[in-house]
Write a protein that binds this ligand. Structure first.
Ligand SMILES: [Zn+2]
Length: 410
């Protein structure tokens, strides 16, 4: 508890003194968008993101199976590593079941032993891509919930993730995973104190046990660019969330997805707390529309530090000035907060503060010089409450705040 704040307080005899060395005592930081269960799974995976096209095959061929009998790899990128399907994966490893996650998190590629184990041939999930003969190609699109069920088994422990985030100063996390079974894993981990953080769950139909560190947040909706919804359908989903008393948090990566989301929000009517996740392409007009509707934006600066060159190379050149804007959104009057999107981005909030102020890509290019944001502004966003990203910063003060939610840093 914070019992007293002041200069030259005298410690009582039994009190333990922690030297701040001139640093600031901050409240714990909030990660406004992360995927806790996926972070835990990442720990137990082969990361191929740093491997070249020619060097990706042999670690997959030599990999040993994890606890569940599978080889699990993450960080695969079609542009770097080439298109991947069951046939190619079988060429590398046809002995063990292998599943490889695309860096976006939206796609898994599975080899033949894996598909057999999952029963993919006879399964009905719409994300199981099939060739003209109806045979699964190995590509599973946005099929995480189905995959988890088909895999069975115990979810990984979240203890290491909770400890790592606590060491980085993160005491509050918005779990942006849309699936209710993942939300159940996360809320159970909070209840068992594997996760010491306050967690706001954004999944649909999440049935949370009453707990002082668990809360239900906005409903996560994904506007997927490979299957754009109709504006009326999206408006219907938004209306239902609002009727349930929940704002929405809409995943938007492209200009089209953002335009569609704004149109759907106009049809449905806004609710305080509505937010756009990523907002990776937004021009001046879109920024003004977001501000006028008081829609918050939750952005991910470390994705620029990790993949800024890819974004630059891949997007339509006309979209380049509007990529991953931060300062420009603030100038337009939008409430913005940074987050990690871990495990896809860097979970270290201090890496996020640096990335937002430098906006350096891996090759050293500055992506959007006008979009750089001073460290204290990004920090303020990390101090904003989970239910008001970009709102007023939480502070250390008198009262019944648990001291474990504070962090000393220079
Ligand atoms: Zn995410």
């Amino acid at each position: 508890m914070v019992a007293e704040v002041g200069r030259r307080l005298r410690p009582r005899q039994d009190e333990f003194v922690v030297r701040g060395d001139g640093g600031a005592l901050l409240p714990g930081l909030a990660d406004h968008h992360a995927h806790l269960a996926a972070m835990a799974a990442q720990h137990a995976s082969l990361d191929v993101s740093a491997l070249s096209r020619d060097s990706v095959a042999s670690p997959l061929a030599q990999a040993v199976a994890g606890e569940d009998g599978w080889v699990r790899a993450v960080g695969y990128d079609d542009v770097v590593h080439g298109d991947l399907d069951r046939t190619l994966l079988d060429g590398w490893n046809r002995v063990l079941p292998v599943r490889v996650q695309h860096r976006s998190g939206a796609l898994w590629v599975v080899n033949s032993p894996g598909l057999e184990r999952l029963g993919a041939q006879s399964a009905t999930h719409g994300g199981i891509e099939r060739d003209t003969a109806g045979r699964p190609t190995g590509r599973l699109w946005r099929a995480d919930a189905w995959l988890r069920e088909a895999l069975g088994g115990r979810p990984p422990s979240l203890r290491a993730v909770g400890a790592r985030l606590a060491a980085l100063g993160v005491t509050h996390v918005a779990d942006a995973t849309p699936h209710r079974d993942t939300a159940a894993v996360v809320s159970e981990a909070v209840r068992r104190a594997e996760l010491p953080q306050h967690v706001m769950v954004m999944a649909a139909g999440a049935d949370l046990p009453p707990h002082p560190r668990l809360s239900l947040g906005p409903l996560k909706l994904v506007v997927a660019d490979h299957a754009l919804p109709d504006a009326d359908d999206l408006a219907g989903q938004i209306r239902r969330a609002h009727a349930d008393g929940r704002p929405v948090a809409v995943h938007c990566v492209t200009r089209t997805a953002l335009a569609l989301t704004l149109a759907a929000l106009d049809l449905a009517g806004g609710r305080d707390g509505d937010r756009v996740e990523h907002c990776a392409v937004a021009d001046r007009a879109a920024a003004e529309e977001l501000a006028a509707r008081r829609i918050r934006v939750v952005t991910q600066p470390t994705l620029i530090a990790l993949r800024g060159d890819d974004y630059w190379g891949r997007v339509d050149p006309g979209d380049r000035p509007d990529l991953w804007r931060y300062a420009g959104l603030l100038r337009a009057g939008v409430r913005v907060a940074a987050s990690s999107d871990a495990p896809y981005g860097d979970p270290d909030p201090w890496a996020g503060v640096r990335a937002a102020s430098e906006r350096l890509t891996p090759s050293g290019r500055v992506l959007g010089i006008e979009e750089r944001v001073p460290a204290e502004v990004t920090l303020r966003g990390l101090l904003s409450p989970l239910d008001d990203p970009g709102g007023p910063a939480r502070r250390v003060g008198w009262g019944d705040r648990p001291i474990s939610s504070c962090w000393t840093g220079r």
